[in-house]
Design a protein around this ligand. Structure first.
Ligand SMILES: [Zn+2]
Length: 252
């Protein structure tokens, strides 16, 4: 389902609109130097839900690597040994807190691709993810299979409903969108662009969702080289491990 390395481990980038908070929490998961947030236009606010974000040019394909992300979202170059980690399909009441503790212990930032109806009922965990300084991506409202076969209205509704729930819960409006299963079409890419989001895929998939065993997951993740983007799934109950050779980096 994941081609890059997302959920247990995956977190790629995330820039987005964030609501002003009375108290900004300092990220405690990240000790590495931070790239300044990508400037984004001041969003207008709809009467309900997440703020509208400026439409982006429609990309012909999603972003697979850090280098491709930087081409889509200009900013400082990432360190040469950076690996993006993305963690999909949460928040999960058991595994997401475990993953957050592990990431904090190793000072690793990640991107959590959240499903809107998973945020529902797990609001405090979703807020913990943002409080810890991680990025959040929109991963649709209901994680439908074959999103690329759905009509544009259905695709947009999946994106907007999830965006509204994530924003109303965390105060963060994601600027990254990941299609379930990496299922892309011109319709899906167009809906993401209209919503002001960068389509995010992955380059390495440890296939943790198939439960191949800890050692196999570990081996596959450690095989990911610099510039790669890794995807793991929260629901699979796997936890990310930091590679010794490569430093995960969270573009912002
Ligand atoms: Zn997923």
């Amino acid at each position: 389902m994941l081609r890059m390395i997302p959920a247990g481990v995956g977190a790629m980038l995330l820039s987005g609109s964030r609501a002003p908070a009375a108290e900004e929490h300092q990220p405690r998961a990240v000790a590495t130097p931070r790239i300044p947030p990508t400037p984004s236009p001041k969003p207008s606010h709809r009467r309900h839900g997440a703020p509208d974000q400026q439409h982006r040019p429609r990309l012909s394909r999603p972003v697979f690597t850090l280098r491709e992300y930087r081409r889509a979202v200009p900013g400082p170059a990432f360190p040469g040994d950076a690996v993006a980690l993305t963690i999909d399909d949460g928040p999960h009441p058991l595994w997401t807190p475990k993953i957050l503790r592990l990431l904090a212990r190793h000072h690793v930032p990640a991107t959590f691709c959240m499903i809107g109806n998973q945020v529902l009922g797990h609001e405090a965990i979703a807020r913990d993810v943002v409080r810890d300084g991680h990025q959040v991506a929109n991963h649709t409202w209901s994680h439908p299979t074959h999103l690329a076969r759905k009509p544009g209205t259905k695709v947009s509704k999946e994106i907007e409903r999830a965006q509204d729930k994530i924003y109303s819960t965390t105060g963060h409006a994601p600027a990254l969108f990941r299609s379930p299963g990496g299922d892309w079409s011109s319709t899906v890419l167009g809906a993401a662009a209209t919503a002001g989001m960068v389509p995010l895929d992955w380059s390495d998939d440890p296939r943790d969702w198939s439960r191949p065993g800890t050692e196999a997951i570990r081996r596959r993740l450690l095989a990911a080289g610099p510039d790669r983007s890794c995807c793991a799934t929260t629901a699979a109950g796997t936890a990310p491990r930091r590679t010794r050779r490569s430093r995960p980096w969270c573009p912002r």
